[in-house]
Ligand binder design. Structure first.
Ligand SMILES: C=CCO[C@@H]1O[C@H](CO)[C@@H](O[C@@H]2O[C@H](CO)[C@H](O)[C@H](OCc3cn(-c4n[nH]c(N)n4)nn3)[C@H]2O)[C@H](O)[C@H]1NC(C)=O
Length: 135
């Protein structure tokens, strides 16, 4: 059950950009942004872990297809500080998603579902969304 914000029917086509601005809680353990078609079909599960599930200061990404997790991908950068505001941008094309992080870091994650339109976004964990830009 989601207890954070949930957006549906966003209609974000390939090449358009989603900007998520929010506050990371003081003492944060982890937070999640899920983007995709719906809760069971997630093209990007973006999970910065300060200290959670055995990971410390690691971004873990994954996908979910019809409720089934894919293979995790771990990133080498962690440009987040607990108790701060942050803005994350996500764009997608038929092959990849590009995730732009603070301090000009960015990485790609495969579009395993081949999703053309992102309709769904939800946030979980130690993160409060302040604004969402669709541009
Ligand atoms: C080493 C043997 C077991 O592997 C571990 O297995 C865990 C359970 O499957 C993996 O954690 C899950 O990893 C998933 C992505 O692959 C998800 O991140 C899953 O959490 C789902 C989730 C949590 N939350 C959430 N809500 N509120 C908060 N704080 N978190 N929302 N969605 C995590 O519980 C975890 O990433 C995985 N670790 C490794 C190294 O593979």
């Amino acid at each position: 059950m989601s207890c954070g914000i949930v957006c549906t029917n966003m209609g974000v086509k390939a090449g358009k950009r989603i900007g998520v601005k929010g506050e990371i809680a003081a003492g944060a353990k982890n937070f999640v942004l899920n983007l995709g078609k719906d809760q069971a079909n997630v093209v990007l599960h973006f999970n910065p872990r300060f200290d959670a599930h055995g990971d410390v200061r690691t971004i873990v990404c994954n996908s979910m297809d019809k409720g089934e997790w894919g293979a995790e991908q771990r990133e080498s950068v962690f440009p987040f500080q607990e108790g701060t505001n942050v803005e994350i941008f996500i764009t997608h094309d038929p092959s990849n998603l590009t995730i732009a992080l603070p301090n000009n870091h960015q990485f790609k994650f495969p579009n395993r579902l081949g999703l053309q339109v992102i309709d769904f976004l939800n946030a979980e964990g130690d993160f409060t969304i302040k604004s969402i830009q669709l541009e």
